[in-house]
Ligand binder design. Structure first.
Ligand code: FRU
Length: 444
């Protein structure tokens, strides 16, 4: 059971994203991003790039290595069909002196050295001159048939250096499995009845209020017997959709020593996949974000491929869904799969949201339909690069998209953002977002 002990000795269930909250999901001016067009220049034309994360310091600020910022992305050769990229995902790093122009530095782990037959999303910590590269080990190294086991791993011991030629990350890395599902709070693959099993996407976070060192991750809550399950107000068919946001804690602060604790959010009966969970702390609370798909909502709930969010006054909730339903950013109805895998981070008064450019120009096709298109058509409609960064405001459990930056523009530190003009501005005082900053016309 995923009950947890409170300090006073009582137990309580983790906070939930309920079916009735999610039933309110609906596109609005505040939550729909502008249409995305291909960038003028692709940073890495030979690669499909998707989930991306920034190198950070222990306090969550974005690390700078001699003036460079560094991101890590899941990548695959661009000549592969986009739908098969997850089967060969490899983590590569990119660096930039200005947060706009990125150079690929190569793979972070030499082939065959990391855990898993491929590596999925993670997070990256630079602390005390040490690199901690957290990742998901999917499957087993060397397996001939792909399996979907997922374990949370880290590579440590490598170095990161910078000179006038750029940044280089070098091994050898020591790899360690940090976490596996316990079958009690976190479903093992053999317990899963759902469509897509998850135990992945570790995200390092140090709680500024308590100093607690945490690793968040995407998981599923075990549902031993759906017929007997009265804990959730959902029928047995909906209970197969059992996504959660997991947490492990390091009591010593050592980023390689973790103990599992009960989830901080459960979407049982609501959604199967609460992907890439991460937190943005602001004066008005802990904003917990996850990405999820239209097709992973339980029967009876119509959601979108979107960034969803929740706010609480502490890391373990009670969480209230942002904008009442949880919907924070989605794609326009005319391009519902144009971006995915959002990552939010604070910048000045705003929250910036990066994502990758996914399938576009589908003209009403579903993601399932895409797989039946001729290979060249599948390739043509897949972005596989960073999308325009979105600018958000958040206040009192509500958010609003303010505008966009260019594809892959990731401002840090005190970098000033262009004035907000345009369709997004409150007072209608003028222009920008699309026109000047690369998106083309704003159209929903
Ligand atoms: C989201 C995601 C992640 C996973 C990766 C695998 O885009 O499903 O949860 O780590 O893709 O490619």
């Amino acid at each position: 059971m995923t009950h947890r002990m409170e300090r006073d000795g009582r137990t309580r269930s983790p906070p939930r994203w309920t079916r009735s909250q999610a039933a309110g999901i609906e596109r609005s001016d505040e939550t729909v991003a502008p249409i995305v067009y291909p960038p003028e220049e692709d940073v890495a034309p030979d690669l499909h790039c998707w989930d991306t994360w920034l190198l950070r310091s222990r306090d969550g600020s974005i690390a700078e290595i001699d003036g460079y910022r560094v991101v890590f992305s899941l990548t695959a050769p661009a000549d592969l069909l986009p739908g098969t990229r997850h089967d060969v995902a490899t983590i590569r790093y990119f660096y930039s002196a200005d947060g706009r122009n990125w150079t690929c530095g190569g793979r972070v782990f030499p082939e065959g050295t990391a855990f898993g037959s491929r590596q999925w999303a993670g997070s990256a910590l630079y602390d005390d001159d040490r690199l901690y590269l957290f990742y998901t080990a999917a499957g087993s190294r060397g397996e001939t048939e792909l399996s979907y086991t997922q374990r949370i791993a880290v590579g440590t011991g490598g170095t990161i250096t910078a000179d006038e030629d750029g940044v280089s990350i070098a091994g050898p890395f020591e790899h360690e499995i940090l976490l596996e599902p316990d079958g009690e709070h976190y479903e093992r693959e053999d317990q899963s009845r759902g469509m897509i099993y998850t135990f992945r996407d570790p995200w390092f976070f140090e709680d500024p209020a308590s100093g607690e060192t945490c690793l968040l991750f995407e998981a599923n809550t075990p549902i031993p017997d759906p017929e007997d399950e009265d804990r959730f107000d959902a029928d047995p068919a909906a209970l197969a959709y059992n996504g959660s946001v997991g947490i492990a804690v390091s009591r010593s602060g050592d980023p390689t020593e973790w103990t599992l604790e009960p989830p901080i959010l459960e979407g049982v009966g609501t959604n199967q996949e609460l992907e890439r969970p991460h937190v943005v702390v602001r004066d008005d609370g802990y904003h917990l974000f996850v990405s999820s798909h239209e097709h992973t909502f339980a029967p009876g709930i119509a959601g979108y491929d979107a960034l969803y969010g929740f706010v609480a006054d502490s890391l373990r909730g009670e969480y209230a869904p942002l904008n009442e339903s949880g919907l924070v950013v989605t794609n326009p109805a005319s391009a519902p799969f144009q971006t995915y895998s959002w990552l939010a981070y604070p910048h000045r008064e705003e929250i910036l949201v990066s994502s990758f450019f996914n399938y576009y120009d589908l003209q009403g096709l579903s993601l399932d339909d895409v797989a039946h298109l001729p290979p060249a058509e599948q390739q043509r409609r897949f972005g596989g690069t960073l999308a325009p960064t979105l600018r958000l405001t958040a206040e009192n459990a509500s958010t609003r998209i303010l505008g966009t930056l260019e594809h892959g523009h990731l401002p840090i530190a005190d970098e000033e953002l262009p004035p907000l003009l345009s369709a997004f501005a409150d007072d209608g005082s003028g222009a920008e977002s699309g026109a000047r900053y690369g998106d083309g016309p704003v159209s929903r």
